[in-house]
Design a protein around this ligand. Structure first.
Ligand code: CFN
Length: 539
C-alpha cells in the first residue's frame, strides 16, 4: 500500500517537459491539480493537438454507436464505406432483451451502404435510397435512421432529403438522418449532441401511450453495457419504480417516442444525454436529476433521491426495505476482499462519465484514485454545472439552432411547481444540476483531460498504480508495463457492474486483477537491469 504520493506539480512538469512550447502551454491547461474545496478550471472539449495519440473517438461513434445504437427495433444504416459500419458492429457490448420472440431486434445486424469509389465520385444518394428501400422491404421496421460518415459530408450527399423522400413514400416507417460525419466537433461528444437533437426532433412526442405505474421515470444515459440496465431494472421493479423510457439501453422506438410522458428524468451519464434532459425539461416540464448506480452506496443514495423526489411515504419505505435486503450480500463480499485491496491505487481515463462514477466502486474497495480524466467531457462534467449556469444546451453542432424550443403552453405541464422544486433543493436534492468529478476527488490528485498516450505512460511510470482503467487501445500497452488494465468501456467481457449485484461482480473482478502474481513477472521498461527483474520476482 502507498501512503506517499508524488508531488503533483512536479508530475505535471514532467508530463509536459518533452512537448514543444506551444503544445506544452496548451496541455498545461488540461492537466490540473485538484482541489475539491475550490474546484479549479479545466480546459476541456478542445481540439486534440495533431500528432498526439489521443484516446478519443469520432462524432459518428458518439451518434450511431453510443446514443442510437442500443435501441433494438430501429434499423441503423451507416452511409459510408464499410469500415465505419463494421467496426461499430456490436463492439460496445450494449445488450437488449426483446419481450417476445416476435419483437424486432436488429442489434445483431450491421447495415451499411458500403460506398465505393464510384459513389464518392458521382454521389451516393441513389445508393442510399436503394438501401433504405431494401431495409424496409426486408424488415418493415418502425424506424430507419441514417448515419453520415466523413466522405458523405465531403461529397455533399443530402441524407435528410433522402430520408424525407423515403419516409413520405412508405407512410408507415419513420425515416430520418443524422449529419454526424466523424470529423464534426472535436470528439464523439458532438455526435451525442447531434443524436439527442435528432431523437428529440424526429421521435419524442409521437407516442402518447399512458403506461401503468405510479412512479414513472425515464432512465437517461444508461446504455446497458454488459447488462447494466438489467440490474437497474431489477432494483427498480423491486422498489415499484417504472421505467417509462430508456435512453437508450434495452430501449425501443416506442419508448423513445413516449419519453415526454414520464414524471422524472433520472440521468446516469450526464455527458451523453444532458441535452435531452434540458429539452424535455424546457418543452415538457419534466425535471431531471443526476443519479449514479455505479457503486453500492451510490445506488442506495440514488434510490433515496428518486423516492424523495416523488415524495411518497410508501415508496420511501419500500426503497429502504430493498436497500436493507440488498446491502448485506454486498457487505459480505467487501469484508472478504477489503483486506486485499485496501490501500491500493487506481487511475481512470475513460469517456465522459465513467472516470467519475467508477471512483465510487474503488473507494468501496478502500482504493484511492490518484489520477483521473475524461476523453471528451466538457467543463461541467469536471467542475459541476452550478458553476457554469449558462451551459444549458451548448451548441457545438449547428442544428441545435433550428431546434430552439419555446415553452409551448399546450405541452408545458410542469411536473412540480417552482415552490416544490425549491423545497426539494433545500433538502439537498440536486434538481437540474450536477456536481461533477472534481468535488469527489482527493486534494492534490491529478485531473487530466484528453490524456495522450505519452502522458499515460509517464503517469504509470511515476505513480506505478495498482490498476489502470481505460479501453482496449490502451490495454495491452499498459499491461506490458506490468500494470493490469480494466476496460471500463466494454468491461472485458464482464458486467453488469451497476447496482448491488453489479458491485459484487466488480469487487471480485478487481480483486482477481490487482492480486494476480502474474504482473510481477513482467519486466516494465523502467526495470532496466536483469537484477531488478529478479528483485521484483522475489518481492
Ligand atoms: S457507455 Fe457511456 S457512460 S455514453 Fe459515453 S460518456 Fe462512451 S461508449 Mo465508451 S464507455 Fe464511455 Fe461514458 Fe456516457 Fe461508453 S465513459 S467512452 S461515449 N461512454
Amino acid at each position: 500500500s502507498k501512503t506517499q504520493f508524488p508531488d503533483p506539480s512536479q508530475v505535471r512538469e514532467e508530463l509536459i517537459e518533452k512537448y514543444p512550447a506551444k503544445v506544452a502551454k496548451k496541455r498545461n491547461k488540461s492537466i490540473i491539480i485538484n482541489d475539491p474545496e475550490t474546484v479549479p478550471e479545466v480546459q476541456a472539449n478542445v481540439r486534440t493537438v495533431p500528432g498526439i495519440i489521443t484516446q478519443r473517438g469520432c462524432s459518428y461513434a458518439g451518434c450511431k454507436g453510443v446514443v442510437l445504437g442500443p435501441t433494438r427495433d430501429v434499423v441503423n444504416i451507416t452511409h459510408g464505406p464499410i469500415g465505419c459500419g463494421f467496426y461499430s458492429w456490436l463492439t460496445r457490448r450494449n445488450q437488449t432483451k426483446p419481450e417476445t420472440d416476435a419483437d424486432a431486434n436488429f442489434i445483431t445486424y450491421c447495415f451499411s451502404t458500403d460506398m465505393q469509389e464510384e459513389n464518392i465520385v458521382f454521389g451516393g444518394e441513389k445508393k442510399l435510397k436503394v438501401a433504405i428501400q431494401e431495409a424496409y422491404d426486408l424488415f418493415h421496421p418502425k424506424a430507419i435512421a441514417i448515419f453520415s460518415t466523413c466522405p458523405v459530408g465531403l461529397i455533399g450527399d443530402d441524407v435528410h432529403a433522402a430520408s424525407r423522400e423515403m419516409k413520405e413514400k412508405f407512410g408507415d416507417c419513420n425515416v430520418f438522418g443524422f449529419s454526424c460525419e466523424g470529423y464534426r466537433g472535436v470528439s464523439q461528444s458532438a455526435g451525442h449532441h447531434i443524436a439527442n437533437n435528432g431523437i428529440f426532433k424526429h421521435m419524442v412526442g409521437r407516442n402518447n401511450e399512458i403506461k401503468e405505474g405510479k412512479f414513472k421515470l425515464n432512465l437517461l444515459g444508461e446504455y446497458n453495457i454488459g447488462g447494466d440496465a438489467f440490474e437497474i431494472e431489477r432494483i427498480f421493479n423491486k422498489c415499484g419504480l417504472t421505467i417509462n423510457s430508456s435512453f437508450s439501453g434495452n430501449s425501443t422506438v416506442g419508448q423513445l417516442e413516449n419519453a415526454h410522458m414520464a414524471d422524472l428524468n433520472a440521468i446516469m451519464c450526464h455527458r451523453s444525454i444532458n441535452y435531452m434532459g434540458d429539452m424535455l425539461e424546457t418543452k415538457y416540464g419534466i425535471p431531471w436529476m443526476k443519479i449514479n448506480f455505479i457503486g453500492a452506496e451510490s445506488s442506495a443514495k440514488s434510490l433515496r433521491k428518486i423516492a424523495e423526489y416523488f415524495g411518497d411515504a410508501e415508496l420511501k419505505a419500500r426503497v429502504e426495505e430493498v436497500i436493507k435486503e440488498e446491502m448485506p450480500k454486498v457487505k459480505e463480499v467487501i469484508d472478504e476482499i477489503l483486506p486485499r485491496t485496501s490501500g491500493k491505487t487506481a487511475m481512470l481515463f475513460v469517456g465522459g462519465s465513467r472516470a467519475h462514477h467508477y471512483q465510487d466502486l474503488f473507494s468501496e474497495l478502500g482504493m484511492t484514485t490518484v489520477a483521473a480524466g475524461y476523453e471528451f467531457a466538457h467543463r461541467d462534467d469536471y467542475e459541476g454545472r452550478e458553476v457554469l449556469p449558462n451551459i444549458k444546451v451548448d451548441a457545438d453542432s449547428k442544428n441545435i439552432e433550428e431546434l430552439k424550443i419555446e415553452a409551448d403552453p399546450e405541452l408545458y405541464k410542469p411536473r412540480k411547481t417552482e415552490a416544490e422544486l425549491e423545497e426539494l433543493k433545500a433538502k439537498g436534492l440536486e434538481i437540474n444540476s450536477y456536481e461533477g468529478m472534481m468535488k469527489q476527488m482527493m486534494k492534490k490528485s491529478l485531473v487530466v483531460d484528453d490524456i495522450s498516450h505519452y502522458e499515460s505512460e509517464k503517469l504509470i511510470e511515476i505513480y506505478k498504480p495498482d490498476i489502470f482503467c481505460a479501453g482496449v487501445k490502451e490495454k495491452y500497452v499498459v499491461q506490458k508495463m506490468g500494470v493490469p488494465l480494466k476496460q471500463l468501456h466494454s468491461y472485458d467481457y464482464g458486467g453488469p457492474y451497476t447496482g448491488f449485484e453489479g458491485a459484487v461482480n466488480f469487487y471480485r473482478d478487481i480483486d482477481r486483477m490487482v492480486n494476480n502474481p502474474v504482473w510481477k513477472l513482467i519486466k516494465a521498461p523502467w526495470q532496466k537491469t536483469a537484477d531488478s527483474e529478479k528483485e521484483s520476482l522475489s518481492a
